[in-house]
Structure formats: structure tokens, C-alpha cells
Design a protein around this ligand. Sequence first.
Ligand code: ADP
Length: 544
Amino acid sequence: MSTVMHSPVTPDHVAREKVKILLVDDSAENLLSLEAALEGLGQQIVLAQSGTEALRHLLEQDFAVILLDVKMPELDGFQTAELIRSRRRSRHTPILFLTAYKSDEHLFRGYDMGAVDFLFKPIVPEILRSKVAVFVELTRNTGLLQRQTEVLRSSEQRFRSLLEAAPDAMIISSGHGEINLVNSQAEALFGFERHELIGESIHALVPDWSPGRAERIGSHREVTGRRKDGSEFPAEISVSPLETEEGLLVTSAIRDVTERKKREDQIRELNSNLELRVAERTRELVKSNEALRQSNDDLNQFAYAASHDLQEPLRMVALYSEMLSMKYAARIDQDADQFIRFIVNGAHRMEILLRDLLAYSQAGSAEGPASPVDCATVIEKVLLNLQAAVQENQAQVECETLPVVEAHEIRLIQLFQNLVSNAIKYRRPDPPRVRISAERRDAEWLFSVEDNGIGIRPEYAQQVFGIFKRLHGHTYPGTGIGLAICQRIVERYGGRIWVESSPGLGSKFCFTLPATAQAHPGTAPETMMGRRPPRIDRAGHGAA
Ligand code: ADP
């Protein structure tokens, strides 16, 4: 494994520091000559003139070597050496004895006291220097070694704490899978104690383990983990191989993914349930849509058939009641005259109702693809249709720039004509003023037809769009179908219609149409009993 060194320890670095040499001799003269002989080594030399003084120095400092004179008053060299050795701090400090005696007994005692060597007087400076130099070198090397060991230990500690801090179980092994190091997450995950794992094969924990190739570093793989009790669990492993001097070292980070798998399974199950339910709902929707379309078709067919087929007998009633009135007016009695008038009016009213109903049934019908329609042209046609009403009421109709939209012209004419004619019809005593405008709102156009008429109470703002819904009874003529037709037309193109109004302040009818030309073709039949429904506009002004 790689070790990160934060304080580089190099021989140079140590060489710069001086080591200390202690010289002990009761003769000041000797001391001076010893010092002179050793000066050339360039180290720090400490002098002591007695054993006691030497011990005092040793209390405070460490020395690379001690040169100790044997023959001294009070404490002699051997006694001093004994005391030096008895202290832990200086137990291993090399001692060189300086002596004039070469007797065996002397030497034995000296070695017993822990002497490393003897120097015989008279001292030869070169020999002294070279022997001391050996110890200086030794001390330096020992220092270097100590520091390197410390750095190594602290970086190893750092590495171990890093390993411990990892969220995953970390196992460091050889390329063959022999385990060197594990963190406590690994112990917990596999249920082993550290010492049970070191030296064992990682295959016992992850049978499918492989050292991985360099290009796969950092990539995750799903494997099965095996605990001490033999139970297995799904795991994810990420393997990082590292070439070192001692061969391949592989770091494996292993994570228990049981919970994640469970969640994934749940999500998968939920998803497939959801898919099933969506499919089911879609089927239901399609079915009910189909049913809706069918009943819509049926309703349109019925409305068309009813209004179409009823027109014939109705015309007969109208015709014959008019003939009755022409022939017998004022010839029976007053009551009879009034009854005949009722019949004639009723038949007329019914005619109008049937015509409007027919228009309503057609407003949502499919009639070929929509095409660009210029709303300005539509308004021109509408105003032409409403010319009489405009003049009669002295109405002022103002129209701003209007866009081209994708629709059917006939439907837009119906739409605008109903709104404009209402704006004129539901007037107050002063002449009606109508303003038509349009503005772009994102993907749609917002149209409005605004009047200065009698207005609508807010609580009726929704209801007025209902079929046959009328707010003003017989005061104003009408069938209550116009706004229902408008709503049907707007909605078939995907728009909305509503009214903003308060009584006495006029009304503003607003509706939207898609700006990007997407009509929603209606679902009503093209033909009914082999007949194609004629185009009839609700206001009866012959728009088609
Ligand atoms: P009709 O005009 O044939 O009665 P509509 O469906 O066009 O039927 O309108 C429904 C009702 O809404 C009207 O009877 C009327 O009471 C009210 N209404 C419609 N337009 C206006 C308007 N511009 N101002 C005031 N009331 C209106």
C-alpha cells in the first residue's frame, strides 16, 4: 500500500542536526586535548570534569557517545558508568572508556559496566576521532530510522482511520485474495472478527470475487456476500487493484444492498401494478369514450331527425292555421279569432325552436378538416347578416384587428353572430355599443365581445350557456339555445367560453381558440338515414 509522507525524512535532513558528545575527565587539560581532537567532527561537544557533572548533563540531554575517563576522584569511571546504565534514558548510550591500564581485570569490569570500547592513553587523536565518528554515524542513522518509523506509523494510522471512516466494508487483499487488512464495517457485515479474517481468502466472503482489471477500477459489480453463519446477501463490490513493490494489492469496497434491492423490487411491483391499472383505466376510458361518442351520435341523430321530421307536420299546422285565420277571421266569434292567433304564433315559435335545435345538433358535428379562417372576414359576413338589427337599434359595432385561426368558417360565423346579436338584443335604452377584439395568450387567442347592455348577474354566468336557459323571459325574443351553440363550437376546437359581467354594466363574453390550428373534430354523424343535414345558422340570417 502506498504511504503518504507529510514530513520528508532524508539523510541530509538528519545530517544537518549536530549530535552531542560527552567528554568526562577530571583533568581540564585532558578535556581540552580531547575536545581539540574531536573538533574536526563538527559535532557539539559537552565537557564534564566529574562523574556527578556528567550525570547532571545526562539528566537533560541525550548523547551519541560518552567518553569516560576511568580514573577519577570520588566517582570513578566505572561507578559513573554503572549509574549511567541504571537510568532508562541512557541505558543504551555507547560509552568509550579512557584508561591507561591494559590489565584484563580492568577491561572485564569495563565491559561489565556496559563499555562499548576502550581507548588507551596516551590517546592517539586519529584513532579517537575515527572511533567516535562511528558512533556519530550510528546515532544519525538510528535517528533517521526512528523518524521513518514514526512517519510510517502515523501514515499507517491515517490510512487505518480512513479505512474505518469508509461507509463500506473495506478489505485489502493480495491479488489472489489473501486478506491483509479489514475495517470494522467488514467485521460487522460478515460477522467475523478481524483476526479470523487476516490471512484467509476473501473468496470465503465473496465467492465470486476477482481482483478486477485496471480499466474496471471504480465500477460496481453485483455479487453475493456470505456471512460467517453461512447466510447470504446481495452485495455490490467495487474493486481497486494497485501494483506495489510487494505485488498486487486489491482494495475491495463491499456494500450490502438488501434494502436497496427490496426497494427496487417494491418499485418494480408498484410499477407493474400501476401499468396494469393504467391499462385497465385506459380500456375503461376508451370504452366509456366510445359509449359517450355513441350516445352523442345517437343524440345528434335524434335531434336532427326530430327537428327535421317535425318540420313537415309543423309546416302543415302553420299553413292550415293561417288559412283558417284568413278564411274565418271575424266570422265565428272573438274567442275563435284569439285561439286561431295562438295557434299561428305557437306554430311559428315551434318552427324557430326546431331550427335552433337543428343548429345546435350540428354545431358539434364533424365536417371535414379545419382550414385557416380569417376572423375579420367572418365579422364582415356577420355584420351583413345582422344589418337590419344593427340599423334598427342604431348599434355601433367596433372591431379590432382579428387573427386567422384554424376552424370552419360557418361555425365561426354562428359563434360571432350569436354573441353580437345578443349584445344588440340585450340592450339598455341608450344605443348599443359592441366591441370585438382578440389578443394572443401563449398558444391560444383570447377573443372578447363586449357590450354596454343590461348585463348578467354573476350567479347566472354559468347557466346562460345551458340549452334553453333564458334569463329574461318574454321581454326579449329567443329560444335559449344561442349560447349553448357557442359553447359547443368553442369546445370542439379545444377552447373555453365564459362571461364577465355585472347587471347594468354590460357583458363581456370571452372565448379562446388554439393559435396553433388544432381543431377537435366533433363526433356527430355525417349522414343520418341517408340524408346529409343541411347547414342552418341559428339566427336564421342565412349564413350558409
Ligand atoms: P336567447 O338569446 O335565445 O335567449 P342565448 O342562449 O343566446 O338565448 O342566451 C341565453 C340567455 O343569456 C339570454 O336569454 C339572456 O338572458 C342572457 N344573455 C345572453 N347574452 C346576453 C347579453 N349580451 N347581455 C345580457 N344577457 C345576455
